[in-house]
Design a protein around this ligand. Structure first.
Ligand SMILES: Cc1cc2nc3c(=O)[nH]c(=O)nc-3n(C[C@H](O)[C@H](O)[C@H](O)COP(=O)(O)OP(=O)(O)OC[C@H]3O[C@@H](n4cnc5c(N)ncnc54)[C@H](O)[C@@H]3O)c2cc1C
Length: 496
């Protein structure tokens, strides 16, 4: 057994990604000793916190950015990305069912609930697109229970706020009963509480990792305790950098080639929030609109019913705003300037030049007034009253900018690894938390392939994610939501 300061695995960051990787690795190999170091005073208070993200279980049901409008008018809508995200979210749900049943995340009602997902369109062109999207999706087994309507009375039944006080413009909506609202912060805390209670595993809060240096076999990790200010060294054979906005600065200390030319740009989010019972009690859905034309792949605005720490609220947004911090609680205004290096300045400048439309959109977002935000809200909820809504901060998306992308922005989530598999890091922001189980699986495949070679390892992984070794076409062919007993476990039984 290794001494306490030499665990097998170190996970940096106490968010949803480390929580998944830690729990999955320990289930796969119960002999692994694992340490988690979180810089903040509490776990999962950055992007994974319930207030800092939208809590949408991304499954392509309502988010229009997974089905871009066709380049040619009349061409079918491409649903490939929606199908892929649906399948990956199924893998996360499978792992959460396992976690609930085995006591890793014993209180599923506190982190996941069923909530209809709607897409909403206004005006002739948008309605025509939503109809075409529905035509393409509804013939696929994943989306065959989706409903479409242009009838105001039907849409009023689905989401009354969308119709109340609206003029005569054409509108349309799709609705999926199978949507979810997920409190990723709560889920992270449940998983990490379980992990910290396992033999030879420890979860430290208020411990910031400040440096990563190559060791003979693995990495020397410098950890600083917030209370004493003292630093100490810990050595591990494998390190996962799941530090969200803190990932780039740590990667830059590794000397790995993957960090060369890598830059990052933070985009902070804000929500309009309403907790007025007369409004909150009349909206029970997540309603997504089309992304604004200039917004790249940042995603569209949405009006969400949320339940956070027992409080029922509506959130509308997110609105982008300007920051130079990479993290809310433990970040500093100097994060962005301190991340600049001669080798990544070109990457940042090239990205800015290639994405002038997006830069203009971000400037417009950051300079808007409350009246502009309410105007955006009234496109969804025309009768919204200013006095019912207030502005709160959401999470910070730290967009990774890679030299190899030559200025193009890829908004996805990406795992980068050391060539010898001794270190993995997560870059990017979206779709993020919803695919934390397949991301952990990807890290395990790349960095712990031996654990998946034995029949025992394969059986353990199969128990956690039954489709872990199933190719997408087979996952589609075998999809049967009514035979899905794990839906039962999560309280997500599909409607009869
Ligand atoms: C506005 C917004 C809306 C979103 N909506 C959704 C959504 O609806 N659905 C969805 O699936 N995803 C959504 N996301 C994305 C999702 O929130 C993130 O992908 C996910 O939470 C990232 O988890 P993480 O564990 O990688 O990072 P985080 O949750 O940020 O955790 C990283 C942790 O690392 C710690 N840390 C940082 N540096 C150090 C260090 N040096 N040493 C020790 N600890 C450190 C931080 O304090 C933090 O606790 C949204 C994001 C934003 C910003």
């Amino acid at each position: 057994m290794p001494p306490p300061d030499q665990p097998d695995v170190i996970l940096i960051g106490g968010g949803i990604m480390s929580a998944h990787l830690g729990a999955m690795l320990r289930c796969l190999d119960p002999r692994l000793s694992i340490h988690v170091y979180e810089a903040g005073a509490a776990l999962a208070r950055e992007s994974s916190d319930g207030w800092n993200n939208a809590g949408t279980g991304h499954a392509g049901l309502c988010e229009l950015n997974y089905t871009p409008p066709p380049a040619r008018p009349g061409a079918p809508v491409d649903i490939a990305k929606a199908v892929e995200i649906f399948a990956r979210f199924e893998q996360s749900k499978a792992f959460w069912s396992y976690a609930a049943a085995r006591g890793l995340a014993p209180h599923p009602a506190a982190f996941i609930r069923r909530l209809p997902h709607l897409s909403f369109a206004r005006g002739e062109a948008a309605v025509a697109f939503l109809r075409a999207r529905f035509a393409a999706l509804s013939v696929h087994p994943f989306f065959c229970r989706m409903a479409f309507s242009t009838e105001r009375e039907v849409i009023r039944r689905w989401a009354p706020l969308l119709v109340e006080g609206r003029n005569a413009e054409p509108i349309a909506a799709t609705r999926s009963e199978d949507g979810t609202d997920v409190n990723f912060g709560e889920l992270s805390r449940q998983l990490l509480a379980w992990l910290g209670a396992q033999e030879d595993c420890r979860v430290f809060t208020a411990h910031r990792v400040t440096r990563l240096r190559r060791a003979h076999a693995g990495w020397d990790v410098t950890v600083q305790a917030a209370t004493s200010g003292e630093s100490r060294g810990v050595r591990a054979r494998f390190v996962f950098v799941g530090a969200g906005g803190g990932t780039l600065p740590l990667l830059q200390t590794t000397g790995l080639p993957v960090a060369q030319g890598l830059g990052a740009f933070p985009i902070a989010g804000q929500w309009l929030v309403c907790d007025h019972p007369a409004v909150v009690d009349r909206h029970f859905a997540k309603v997504y609109g089309p992304p604004p034309p200039d917004s790249g792949a940042l995603g569209g605005p949405h009006l969400d019913a949320r339940q956070l720490h027992g409080q029922r609220v509506l959130l509308f947004g997110p609105f982008a705003t300007w920051t130079t911090k990479f993290l809310h609680h433990t970040g500093r205004a100097s994060d962005l300037p301190y991340s600049l290096r001669p080798h990544n300045l070109g990457t940042l400048l090239r990205t800015g030049l290639h994405n002038r439309v997006l830069v203009r959109f971000l400037v417009q977002q950051a300079t808007q007034r409350m009246a502009d935000r309410l105007h955006a809200l009234r496109e969804f909820y025309p009768a919204a009253r200013a006095e019912d809504w207030r502005l709160v901060d959401a999470g910070i998306r730290v967009q990774a900018l890679k030299r190899a992308d030559a200025g193009r922005l890829s908004f996805g989530t990406e795992v980068v690894t050391a060539p010898d598999g001794s270190l993995a890091a997560l870059l990017g922001a979206s779709p993020g938390a919803s695919i934390s189980a397949p991301i952990a699986l990807q890290v395990i495949r790349t960095c712990f392939p031996d654990r998946l070679r034995t029949p025992a390892g394969q059986a353990r992984m199969k128990a956690m994610i039954p489709s872990y070794d199933v190719a997408l076409p087979d996952a589609v062919a075998h999809y049967d939501p009514l035979a899905y007993d794990r839906g039962n476990l999560l309280g997500l039984h599909p409607p009869a």
